[in-house]
Structure formats: C-alpha cells, structure tokens
Design a protein around this ligand. Structure first.
Ligand SMILES: Nc1ncnc2c1ncn2[C@@H]1O[C@H](COP(=O)(O)OP(=O)(O)OP(=O)(O)O)[C@@H](O)[C@H]1O
Ligand SMILES: [Mg+2]
Length: 381
C-alpha cells in the first residue's frame, strides 16, 4: 500500500523571472522507507528539487506534502519539519557552519536543545562513522574537499533524522569512504529512516535503490523500479544517463542465451553467481551479530572460525573491529565478498550489526532463490 512521506504536486520553480522553469510541473511521490534514487544529467533539477523538498525554497506553484499535509512555510512548522527531514548538500562548503570540526558536527544537535552528554555522544558516534574522529579539533577549512564532505555527513547523522536526503553523497569521496557511505545509507534504511539519494553513479544506485525517479530538463520523466527504465535505451540516452554495468552485461548474456534475463543481478556477486551457475556445493555463510563492545577476536576463537574468511558489516561491527584490533579480510563490501567466498566452496563469517542481518543475507538469498548455488546460512542471534 502506498505510504508517501514526501510528495510534490505539479511543482513549478524558477530562480529568476523571464527564464525557463527549472522544475516544470513535477509530480512525484517518495514512499516511506523505500530506498529511493533521483537520477538525471547535470542541470536536470535534482538539487533544486531537494531544496524544495526540504523547504529551503518555495515552489512558484504547486504543492509539497510532508506526511500527507501541505507544507505551510510558517517558521515554526518548517523548523519542526526540518528537525525530521535532513539534507546533505552536494557541496560541503554550503553547509559548514562553525570553524572547528566537533563544533560543526554539534551544531544540529545543539539547536535541537539536547542535553550536553547526548550531544557529545552523537558527535563521537557520527565522527567515528565517517572515519574522522582524529580530526575533531581541526579547523574545517583546513580539510580536503572529501574530508569536509565527511564532516557534513557527520553533521546530518548527528541529527538522527527520520528522512535523509543525500545529494551526490559519494561524489569526491575516496572509494572506501564511498563504500562506507552506502553502508551507512543501508543501515539508516534498516533502522527505519527514509533515505533519498541523488547520484550520477548508476552502478551504485542500481545496487542500492528499490525505486528511481528520473529528472530531465526539470521534469520527472520516470518513477518506478530501475529495470523497465534501463530497458528503454532511447529514454536512457535522452535523460543523459548510462545504464549500469550489471544491467548491460545481463542483457548481453541473456541475448546470447548464456543466462535467463531474470532475475536481474544488481551486484558483482549476484552477477558472478548467475554466470558461474556452478551448482557445486557452496560453503556456509555464518552471520554473527555484534555490538559496539564485542570482542571479535574472542568470537573467532570461541567459534573455531580461525581458518575462515572474515568480513564486517555495519557501524557497530566497525567499532568492534576497531576496538578489538581483529584482523579482518573484508572491511568493505563484507556481505558481497563473504558470499563470493562461499560460492567457491569455502565457508566465511560475517560480523554484522543486528539491524543489518537482512541486508547481509541478500546476496546469498538471491543466489539460493535463483538456483545458481546452494549457500548454507548460519545466522546466530
Ligand atoms: N542559485 C541558482 N541561481 C540560478 N540558477 C540556478 C541556481 N542553481 C541552479 N540553477 C539552475 O537550475 C538548473 C538546475 O540545477 P540543479 O543544480 O538543480 O541541477 P542538478 O540536477 O542538481 O545538476 P548536477 O547534476 O550538476 O548537480 C540548472 O540549469 C542551473 O543552472
Ligand atoms: Mg545537483
């Protein structure tokens, strides 16, 4: 059943008079707790749309609805809405408010009038999540672009929003941090936050989003699952996009008769399993929930996991790995890499935040349901 959290109805917007509309009759519905990606070429209107969704700008005509009610644009209502709907700007320089890193990250929680201890904890957790704990006393303006981007992400994480709009969250980040940002987005989603993301990286959004909206010259030209859109080559071209690699490879291999077209593989692991289709005896994927203070070395020893490939997944798992100094094979893309290991007949163990277990098993489920191999799952409580 449809349960929209944010909607636009016939929204029109232009920055200056006597210029074309930058948003041209945009009607769009963003569903609660559906992983949503907004796609479109440079200048298509994605960032402008986000500023309208967050009430930073007001439509010239049409309406924006939050939880089914039209935005009133009164200061009190807007402030209340913004305490729930956070936006991560494309350019970090647009959202650094204070000169020192920890002060900047504390800005949002302090404005929410939270107790000092709670502000401190949120700042600590958010800085750890973005790998910037050691920079807490640094001046923000002396950080690199990517580091500043991490700080702005920490700032929105510290606000614990119900809806998080991320405008190009991985652009300008190194590949490991880009991977972590996607993991954070997944964890927020699993914790009940509605995450909306724009990105030019169609591989990345294809592997993550359940629903896409495509913007073109200020109009929303497609809303729905990714595959029907990418199947229409002309629409993809006209929208200034490129289809994701997994989609293109699957189209090619299915037209050669090597694989069936469906189920569509969305990740490298799923693609490998589908092509390999080994049906040989696969290994077992052990998924072990861990918390912040868990001793990963002890878990490895106590369970006899010493010879197995290991991976971590989730923010608490990262903290546990950091504090226990455990030697882990796959610190990034843990579920995918551990599942690939199982495909080759070996066993693997993934230390994972409890809230991420369902995400962690997604690749193995795809493989087992598709009949490409039979990976045993050992999911502990
Ligand atoms: N502050 C502004 N003043 C005037 N015009 C603007 C302003 N910001 C954006 N525009 C124009 O609005 C249009 C849409 O821009 P927008 O930034 O929303 O696109 P986008 O889809 O986010 O692009 P990108 O992929 O490059 O981030 C562009 O033609 C741009 O030139
Ligand atoms: Mg933009």
């Amino acid at each position: 059943m449809s349960d929209p959290v944010l909607q636009t109805q016939n929204v029109k917007f232009k920055y200056e008079r006597n210029t074309p509309d930058v948003l041209d009759d945009v009607t769009m519905s963003i569903e609660r707790n559906v992983k949503t990606a907004i796609l479109g070429a440079n200048g298509a209107g994605k960032s402008t749309l986000f500023s309208i969704l967050n009430a930073l700008r007001k439509p010239d005509s049409g309406e924006v609805l939050y939880n089914g009610s039209p935005l009133s644009y009164r200061k009190k209502n807007i402030n209340r809405m913004r305490s729930e709907v956070s936006i991560l700007f494309q350019n970090p320089n647009d959202m650094l408010f204070r000169p020192i890193v920890e002060q900047d990250v504390a800005y949002g929680p302090e404005n929410m009038k939270l107790p000092k201890d709670e502000v401190q904890k949120r700042v600590d957790d958010a800085l750890f999540a973005v790998g910037m704990s050691e920079f807490r006393k640094s001046p923000t303006m002396k950080l690199s672009y990517g580091q500043r981007k991490r700080i702005t992400l920490a700032g929105v994480l510290a606000m614990k929003p119900k809806v998080l709009i991320m405008d190009e969250p991985t652009a300008g980040l190194d590949p490991q941090m880009a991977c972590e940002v996607m993991e954070i987005a997944e964890q927020l989603y699993r914790s009940g936050v509605t995450v909306i993301m724009s990105s030019h990286d169609t591989d990345l959004t294809y592997s993550w989003a359940d629903e896409i909206h495509v913007m073109r010259h200020g109009k929303c030209v497609y809303s729905g699952p990714a595959e029907p859109f990418y199947s229409d080559k002309v629409e993809v071209y006209l929208s200034g996009l490129m289809p994701p690699m997994a989609f293109v490879m699957n189209e090619g291999l299915s037209s050669c008769g090597t694989v069936e077209r469906e189920p569509f593989p969305r990740t490298q692991c799923q693609m490998s399993a589908k092509i390999g289709n080994s049906k040989a005896s696969a290994g077992t994927l052990h998924i072990i929930p861990v918390e912040d203070g868990s001793d990963i070395n002890a878990l490895i020893d106590d369970n006899g996991f010493g010879d197995m490939t290991t991976g971590i997944y989730g923010m608490s798992a990262r903290r546990a790995q950091d504090s226990s100094k455990a030697r882990i094979d796959f610190v990034y893309n843990g579920p995918e890499n551990c599942t690939l290991k199982c495909l080759s007949g070996s066993d693997a163990v993934l230390f994972c935040d409890p809230v991420m277990v369902e995400s962690a098993r997604a690749s193995a489920d795809y493989i087992n349901k598709g009949g490409f191999a039979d990976i045993s799952l050992d999911i502990r409580n």
